[in-house]
Ligand binder design. Structure first.
Ligand code: NOJ
Length: 562
């Protein structure tokens, strides 16, 4: 039995603060900028904001490398600004969840500064130090951001583990004192009145203490440490402890970022009776198309595989645990560019993707700019890119083969994280209305065409369609709690399902192709009287569903059966 909870009925909006709104002209988005846009967010109708890290950080990985968990990064403002944001958001009925990054800290965090001191002290054991092997690192694990996952430190005379950048050493969760420090820090933020956490790579905090080598293919120098770091031996013990000691005392929501989980494993994290997390981000659908270069390719999304993954998660979690719904975030390309069509059918396909995300079971997450159909960007030169992952992979490709330059640029256009990080396009004014200064990363040149101001004034805009979808979720408990029933599973262009709760049934049909398509009505809806309650086509009126359903390119329709 699925219990009713406010966070299941919510729509979350993700803010990447650096790129959202700059209030003071330094080219970097900030907390006062978010405050300025609260009315916009209220009008959009979202219930919760997830704010990416705003803590003090040297910004090697844009805030995912925290130097001080209890301080706000100067560029973003002060703790006073944060308190003001929280009060003002709450006054408008908007909740705020913070990003929690506790798999690693920055190497400039005082714990690590002390940990690497020559003179051994209690902080040495706050991180993961090991002796090298045969003149090299302790094992062959690679870092997510290229190169070895180990870095030798002269003064300690050992290697420390960093699953991400060198400047992001992994914390040693085996150490009780580390866990205690983290729980105290959680309490600090929760006592301020925040409404929960999105937990960065939380299923990586427990490592197999044997640190064995991973398996490499012939062309690989480094192996993935995932079999030994992801969903590790003590992971559930740690999360349960965090819940028992802190989380269960507050009316909050927690969402775990958990790469590499199956639905079965997911239920262990978010099962209603598990007392661990409320929901999670799984990545199976956004991970589609991986090849020998991992995510670095421009392979198209295989529609049927995509559909069956989405369906699998719907069906397997139903009644057992709660999921989140997303197609993009600050690490992913723009969803309309990847899963839709950012050319001729940009508006239509952006609305179709939004329909999918708002009508499945789970809590929808809107990534900033998605509501106006922002697209990927193609900067001419690698020098215009800022993201550490992108810059490292570019170097890796080019070092391997200078002829690969063009190829890797193509892949960066398709997959680079900066696609999602160009400034929010507020208006057709200079710098898209994001800043009066020079933005930290260039604005997507299509801002004259794609911006909030224009979208607000067009009743048929993507933005107004999002508002209608959010309203629908708030009005129909069936959209939130209804059972998901897949239909037309064999279709290679149509995504179609029912949502059923008590006496009410909704029917959703989405044409994921740029062609007009006609399908036979599934028997469940054939000739059943119904009313279309939302569509991304304006001119169609239906009172019952006929034997055949004709769909225009990227058409999306939601019906209620009468
Ligand atoms: C996942 C975050 O979403 C990403 O932006 C970051 O680089 C890594 N975790 C490391 O913290």
């Amino acid at each position: 039995m699925i219990t009713r909870q406010w966070w299941k009925e919510s729509v979350v909006y993700q803010i990447y603060p650096r790129s959202f709104m700059d209030s003071n002209g330094d080219g970097i988005g900030d907390l006062q900028g978010i405050i300025q846009k609260l009315n916009y967010l209220k009008d959009l109708g979202v219930d919760v904001l997830w704010i990416c890290p705003i803590y003090d950080s040297p910004n090697t990985d844009n805030g995912y490398d925290i130097r001080n968990y209890r301080a706000i990064l100067n560029e973003f403002g002060t703790m006073h600004d944060f308190d003001e944001l929280l009060v003002q958001a709450h006054q408008k009925g908007i909740r705020i969840i913070m990003d929690l990054v506790v798999n690693h800290t920055s190497d400039e965090h005082e714990w690590f500064v002390k940990s690497r001191m020559k003179e051994k002290n209690k902080y040495r054991d706050y991180y993961i130090w090991r002796d090298g092997k045969q003149g090299g690192p302790p094992n062959n694990w690679g870092s997510v951001f290229s190169g070895s996952a180990w870095k030798y430190d002269e003064s300690v005379g050992q290697y420390y583990l960093h699953l991400f950048a060198e400047k992001q050493p992994d914390l040693n969760w085996e150490n009780k004192e580390v866990r205690k420090e983290i729980y105290d820090m959680l309490t600090f933020w929760l006592d301020k009145g925040i409404d929960g956490f999105r937990m960065d790579v939380i299923n990586y905090i427990s490592k197999d203490q044997r640190f064995p080598d991973g398996v490499t293919s012939a062309s690989q120098k480094y192996a993935s440490g995932d079999p030994y770091t992801c969903n590790g031996p003590r992971i559930h013990e740690y999360i349960r402890e965090m819940n028992d000691k802190v989380l269960c005392n507050y009316n909050i929501v927690t969402v775990g970022e958990t790469p590499d989980v199956s639905p079965q494993e997911a239920i262990n994290y978010v099962g209603e009776d598990r007392n661990e997390l409320n929901m999670l981000f799984q990545f199976e659908h956004v991970g589609l198309g991986m090849d020998e270069n991992g995510k670095w390719n421009d392979n198209p999304i295989p529609f049927q595989e995509f559909k069956s993954i989405m369906e699998k998660w719907q069906v397997e979690l139903d009644g057992k645990g709660w999921n989140s719904l997303f197609l993009s975030n600050h690490d992913q390309p723009r969803q309309v560019s990847r899963f839709g069509n950012d050319g001729k059918y940009r508006e239509q396909s952006a609305k179709l993707l939004a329909t999918l995300l708002h009508t499945m079971q789970g809590t929808p997450f809107i990534y900033q700019g998605e509501e106006i159909g922002m697209t990927n960007v193609k900067f001419d030169s690698i020098d215009q890119y800022k993201d550490i992952e992108t810059l490292n992979i570019y170097r890796e490709f080019v070092d391997r083969n200078p002829m690969d330059k063009e190829k890797i640029m193509r892949f960066i256009y398709a997959k680079g994280r900066d696609n999602a990080r160009t400034p929010m396009q507020w208006s057709a004014d200079k710098k898209a209305g994001f800043t009066s200064g020079t933005p930290w990363i260039q604005v997507n040149p299509n801002y004259m065409e794609i911006n909030v101001e224009k979208s607000l004034s067009d009743p048929n805009s993507i933005l107004n369609y999002y508002k209608a979808l959010i309203k629908l979720r708030h009005e129909y408990p069936t959209v939130v709690y209804g059972r998901y029933v897949p239909l037309l599973q064999d279709s290679n262009s149509v995504f179609c399902y029912l949502r059923c709760l008590e006496e009410q049934t909704l029917f959703v049909i989405l044409n994921f192709s740029e062609n007009s398509v006609t399908v036979e009505s599934p028997p469940e809806v054939l000739c059943v009287p119904c009313k279309r309650i939302l569509s991304n086509l304006q001119d169609k009126q239906n009172e019952y569903i006929l034997e055949r359903i004709n769909l225009s390119p990227y058409e999306a329709d939601i019906y209620i059966l009468l």
